[in-house]
Design a protein around this ligand. Structure first.
Ligand SMILES: [Cu+2]
Length: 506
């Protein structure tokens, strides 16, 4: 069977004679690439370690350690600290993460196939929990888990030989395992094939994870882990590198046109499978599932929970490329978005231009939510002013409403009604709350002109957000002023769709 596939491939390519069959491809069907050009290798023990011990260079995301550049197996010492710490998960939202090395995902580890890895796991004295590590690149029961179980203030050591090349996930496997992973305890270890990977200009480390907080998406303040949401697989956040905005705005990944970029992408889960995609790019090569073979010319690659993939692509056209989980609500409503910024001269022959990124992703790429956080802090201190609310509302309006009603509130002739000097809001200012929560359909006359279209409900907004947007709109563009309080919103939300809001269609 393998033989037949091989013959077909060859005959299409160049009508070559029946030669290759049998001597190669004993570990998978032939694809466009043969065993010779994948940089691939079989399971292998290349003998005892040679030369002096090497201390592994570990990097924090999105950085990747340099290639090992070795032609022999070595003894490599890995020192990894387990640190429990509070960090931002979104603007103005904190979460107590459990980490390998102080970041989510944990430190990137890079070794060579055949290396003997001596692994020291140090659990910080101020940790509250015991932890351990299961590396998917380990051959042996538990992947290191039992041997590395470490109480707070203790250190464990175990040694393994990296027999298989590939990109592997590691994670904590201490009970409750799901909770340890959901709190950020995962990372990647690359076991290079003996000959290394093809050279590229940039290598980056990106890892997806799903998070379960007691509060809603972007609800401010410190958020606790929510076990019920985790069991139900209903994440509040789906993130790259543990924080909304970790790879957008000033933190975007960078490259130049004419360069080749390699992404090492892992998925820590604990629950979701990622449909990983880069908007506006095609992966030239994907080492799917982090294995030895690559697929070519791929749009979206599936990365299972506890899996990884390597993708290479060449940059031709300058601009912002958006990395997303193409299960797309996760990108726009749960944070699964990162940016790769490519600089260089225009290539109008390949792409005409007209930057539409801003319309596509709204404010989600820019970490400019500071006024929103300020308003949340003020509200907490009991000193929220109408001014604070308006400033926060302006930022939220830009991200949520301006696509249709436009940044200047003028709407679009015949399609989206104006919010500026709105006659609807003049008659009933608080109706804006109903409209945001429940949407609006059917004929409506605004400033003497009739509209008959659909505004979808914006139920994903928190009560604070609705109050702030409403206050902003009422105090902008010649509207009559006034203020929407959070309690107004809570009341309307509890009351359900009123007569003024969208009615379900029958
Ligand atoms: Cu743990």
């Amino acid at each position: 069977m393998k033989c037949t596939i091989r013959i077909i491939t060859l005959s299409i390519a160049a009508a070559l004679a029946f030669t290759g069959c049998g001597k190669s491809n004993n570990h998978g069907p032939a694809t466009a690439n043969s065993a010779d050009d994948t940089g691939g290798s079989l399971k292998g023990d290349f003998g005892p370690p040679q030369g002096p011990d090497i201390k592994a260079e570990l990097t924090s995301p999105p950085n990747v350690p340099p290639p090992t550049n070795r032609n022999h197996p070595a003894r490599v010492i890995v020192d990894l600290d387990v640190i429990e710490k509070e960090m931002a998960i979104s603007e103005g939202v904190t979460y107590t993460f459990w980490t390998f090395g102080g970041t989510v995902p944990g430190k990137f580890i890079r070794v060579r196939q055949g290396d003997t890895v001596v692994f020291n796991l140090n659990n910080m004295p101020d940790s509250k929990m015991p932890h351990n590590i299961d590396l998917h690149g380990v051959t042996g029961p538990g992947g290191g888990a039992a041997s590395s179980f470490t109480a707070p203030g203790h250190t464990s050591r175990f040694t393994f030989k990296a027999l298989n090349a590939g990109l592997f996930v590691y994670h904590c496997a201490t009970a409750p395992v799901g909770m340890h992973i959901a709190n950020g305890m995962y990372g990647l270890i690359l076991v290079e094939p003996p000959e290394g990977l093809p050279k590229v200009d940039h290598e980056y480390y990106v890892m997806q994870g799903d998070f379960y907080t007691a509060g809603k998406y972007r609800e401010k303040g410190h958020q606790a882990f929510d076990m019920d949401k985790a069991i139900d697989e209903h994440p509040t956040y789906v993130l790259f590198n543990g924080k909304e905005g970790s790879l957008t705005g000033d933190n975007a990944l960078k490259a130049k046109t004419g360069e080749t970029v390699r992404l090492f992408v892992g998925n820590g889960g604990p629950n979701l499978v990622s449909s990983f995609h880069v908007i506006g790019e095609i992966f030239d090569k994907v080492w799917f599932e982090g294995g030895t073979r690559y697929q070519e010319n791929v749009q979206t690659t599936l990365i299972p929970s506890g899996g990884a993939a390597i993708m290479d692509f060449h940059l031709e056209v300058p601009g912002s490329y958006v990395l997303v989980d193409h299960s797309i609500f996760r990108a726009f409503n749960k944070g699964a978005m990162a940016i790769l910024k490519a600089e260089g001269p225009d290539r109008k022959d390949i792409y005409s231009g007209k930057e539409v990124d801003a319309m596509y992703i709204g404010n989600r790429a820019e970490p400019n939510l500071a006024p929103v956080v300020d308003a949340a802090m003020a509200a907490k201190a009991g000193a929220l002013s109408q001014e604070d609310q308006s400033k926060a509302g302006q930022v939220l309006f830009a991200g949520t409403c301006s696509t249709c009603h436009q940044a200047n509130g003028q709407g679009l002739e015949g399609v989206f009604p104006p919010l500026a000097k709105s006659s609807v809001l003049k008659d009933d200012p608080k109706r804006i709350v109903d409209i945001m929560l429940h949407g609006l359909t059917g004929p409506i006359t605004v400033n003497g002109k009739e509209f008959n279209s659909v505004m979808p409900p914006m139920a994903q907004l928190t009560d604070d957000e609705v109050a702030n947007i409403g206050t902003y709109v009422l105090n902008s563009w010649g509207n009559a002023g006034g203020r929407i309080e959070k309690t107004d919103v809570a009341r309307k939300r509890a009351a359900g769709p009123s007569a003024t809001a969208a009615k379900p269609e029958h």
